[in-house]
Write a protein that binds this ligand. Sequence first.
Ligand code: RFL
Ligand code: PHB
Length: 389
Amino acid sequence: MRTQVGIVGAGPAGLMLSHLLHRHGIDSVVVESRSREYVEHRLRAGVLEQGSVDLLRETGLGARLDREGMRHEGIELRFDGESHRVPMTELTGRAITVYGQQEVVKDMIAARLAAGGTILFEAPAERLSGLDSAPVIHFSRQGRREELHCDFVVGCDGYHGVSRPTVPDGVLTTYERTYPFAWLGVLAAAPPAVEELIYAHHERGFALYSMRSPQISRLYLQVPADEDIADWPDERIWAELRTRLETVPNWTLNEGPVLEKSITPLRSLVVEPMQWQRLYLAGDAVHIVPPTGAKGMNLALADVKLLGAAFAAWYADGSTHLLDDYSRTALRRVWRAQQFSWWMTSMLHRLNADDPYEAKLQSSTLRYVTTSRAYATSLAENYVGLPEV
Ligand code: RFL
Ligand code: PHB
């Protein structure tokens, strides 16, 4: 098999890149280890920045997003028994849209297939070769080994993929931070009790109230990193959510059947540079943020927006400057999101149970960010996404 750009991974990064390349008349093939059913139902991110919404709309992927996505103009910060709204749109002129990652993925897959695009599901890439001149993605399908020959390979295969580990030792540098806690995430058949997201700081730990639709709530609890989901029966989850969220007068949680629950560890990670020879890396394959800033999917889309334009320039007239600049340009946004996600995480989580000084600093930071217009604007512009970084 032969194509122009071979893409490993059908997450938001790989699918969006294939869609963008198609719009530039460039051929691509996506190989994905999982089934279509699996990737379309994998429960992940929920918040799209303004720039991600604009990109989806401009490239013809906005119809269902505009019907079903929920535009939010603020978020709530809850701490010390008080509730404060950060009016993001008033402060920045921009907004976020709550629309599940799996819905974005469904829309992208439908668009690619309708346009005659090739996505090979249940086709795991096993290794890459020839990256210095004539790249090949070696993958397996229905028990057979196959080869995809291409001009370039883009690794959009997440942190556990095969692309990044192909790069020889000593070429890449990893910057990393782990946190001693994880998020227990719950999807519940309960109408959201609020219209905007609530980020709650509590002495027992962080809690987040989010949603997926007018009928479905999405909730998260900070738990220790090594926590076992088996220790969290539904009643315990609701009791803990009530404790951490029902801290202001006249506010109660809406409860309902738990549809899904899982625990995700938090980490911050950047691998540099995001390119080696004819291999380009995008999304979670090269950077991971803790979910507190809601940046992961947005960064994946921002990376491939750059790559789409860079490949378009190369195929148009052989110019290499955008491809050469890809890593440097993308890393500016990546590091802004790293700092913001780390900052939100540090401000909102219980970090060290034995350190009352730290808890006092967090309260002060939260009070400052909810009373100073300058500090609130800083949070808001990062949260809705900076157009230029
Ligand atoms: P993905 O989505 O992980 O896709 C990678 C794809 O590659 C496939 N793959 C392979 N395919 C072929 N051969 C191989 N050898 C392969 N190895 C792997 C995988 O099956 C998969 O389909 O990466 P991508 O495209 O870079 O997208 C990144 C986002 O998925 C991720 O950053 C976000 O989900 C992070 N995230 C959030 N991001 C936001 O922007 N806003 C949020 O509100 C938000 N909340 C979250 C999140 C992630 C979470 N979890 C579960 C990690 C909340 C949670 C709980
Ligand atoms: C979500 O709805 O899944 C979500 C929202 C905000 C975050 C993280 C996750 O910061």
